[in-house]
Design a protein. Sequence first.
Length: 652
Amino acid sequence: MQSARGVSDVGERSLSALHRSSRAEVPNARFEQEFFGELRTLFGAEAVAVWFCPGNETLYLRHQQNLPTEELQRSPEEWQRHGRLLKQVVEVGKPRFVPPEWSADDAGNPTSLEILIAPAAVVGTQQVLLEVFRPRGRRNPAIDGPAELELLARAAEFAADRTRMGQLAGAARERLQLKSRDSFAQRIHSTLDPRKVAYIAANEGRDALGCDRVSVALGRGRSVRLAAVSGQPKPDRRANQVRLLESLVREVVAAGEPVVYGPGTRQAPDRAAHWLTAYLTDAKPATLFVIPMRGESGKRGIGALIVEQFDNQLTPEALVDGVNQTAAHTSLALQNALAHDRVFLGSIRRRIGTFFAETIRLRTLITLALLAAIVTAMIIVPWPLRMEGRGTLRADLRRGVFAPESGVVREVLVRHGDRVHAGQILARIENPELVLKLQEAREQLVSTSESLKLKQVQLSDRNLSPQKAIEVDGEIAQLNERRLNLNLQVSLLEQRIEPLTVRAPMNGVVATWQPERQLLNRPVNAGNLLLQIIEPEGAWTMELNVPESAAGYVLEAWRTRPEGSRLRVDYILATDPERRYRGWLSEISPRTEIQGDKHAVLMNVVPDPDDPPPLRDGAEVRGRILCGERPMGYIALREIIEFGHSRILFLF
């Protein structure tokens, strides 16, 4: 009776919370946080684990929180004893309490914690095991022993329901994936180009498997390289993850044995163990397959298929069949492509054969004539060379208003767009620490002055002994010196407090947007920018950041321009991209600046007074500087020509 009452009064609320957190639509991260958290509270547990038994001798760790792996894996024998304990619970089919460090019949609890285990059926012979670890003797006083096991068994049923629903959803996904795999099988064998085969295997293989990422490596021996990564046009060979993955793949291809990694699963050849650990530490996949692919003879490696999942939604057992099928199709397609590609001068002969197989007709001659005319025009016809830069439109006359001291802005007396005059109060900053120091200094000054007066009166006493007069005279000297120091301290504090009443440094307009909202009652540090004051009636300048690769053409045109002339700049504003304005280059910075991750040269452009833009401080500008004329072909292929000079010809 007590047990039933304990379950109804204490456990029902927890069971309700466990049921809500174990529903199939709850993400794994939230499931582990809420479901395990409720179990730990209910049973006073330190660790919780969920195991899945697919109906054979293998157990998979699906979820865990604070699992005492150090005690469980202290030695292979202890890990095996714990596994046999779990299998015994599966065979018996009833929940079980296991005391700390208990063992019998090669099964046992190698930890110093009590273990409660409850099984629950999923489908057929599949079962879920819910395992709870707690310190010796810790109990929930409202629940007795049998009630604990009953509650744990019901919680295990919730976990089994979640697994069952996940399998049903997985079956639906698998039906969709079967269609994707059929399409994948057709596409993978539609080309004899090894690179295209790798690209199709990576991108369409990911869709067919429903995983997060698929990669394909090609080559043999130490020359295995990553050829394609799903979702990327080209692998970044300089990336640390790519280098680690290539090192792992080389060892797997050389060993000829696959890598299978996932929750509770780690299978890898010994020679690849180091690189597997390094890659797992860097990339952190939840599930990883590296399947080596062999040539026609079955002896020579031609590459590998890499499949990754970064969450626990797809386990190795859920992916293994699809991965093996995908690897088989990819391996066969690569064998055919490589065999076709190894034909001597095969690619050149195919192109020549295709060219001569087509009849040269009139339209072909016309096309060739047009191409010749285009090439001639690109060599002969001049075209304006314009270098592009981006920047902002700014008023030349501008001043920033900075916080003189740390404090809290208590008053903001201006708004955006207000016209102010030099010396006008803009804001007031409060620094209680300075005010307190000033008050203390003034009080000490008054006290010192009073003490000085008393000592002076005492010194004027004719009955004062010579010895005492000397002492009093010395005290007066000390008090005078202290009074001077306090006067200086008061003066310095007053000088620091006075600028807390922030004043305008010049006549102009407040350019800061909603200053009261940004500053009022907010702490500031000395030197923080509070407001921007600009004079919109004065001159305006555009500051363009021209990439360093384009700045050379501008500098050359600037140096060779006729005396007294300027370089024309056509620009548009981001607020009105359809309207083009004209300006003139006025100044070029003598140094290169770093803008983000690129180098750029700062150039000032003055708007043409006959073609003024709408004046808006900080407006984004895109300008093109006219740098003379060049052949049309040079302008069209400028970046390719520069690449050839800097990356190819420079090496010779």
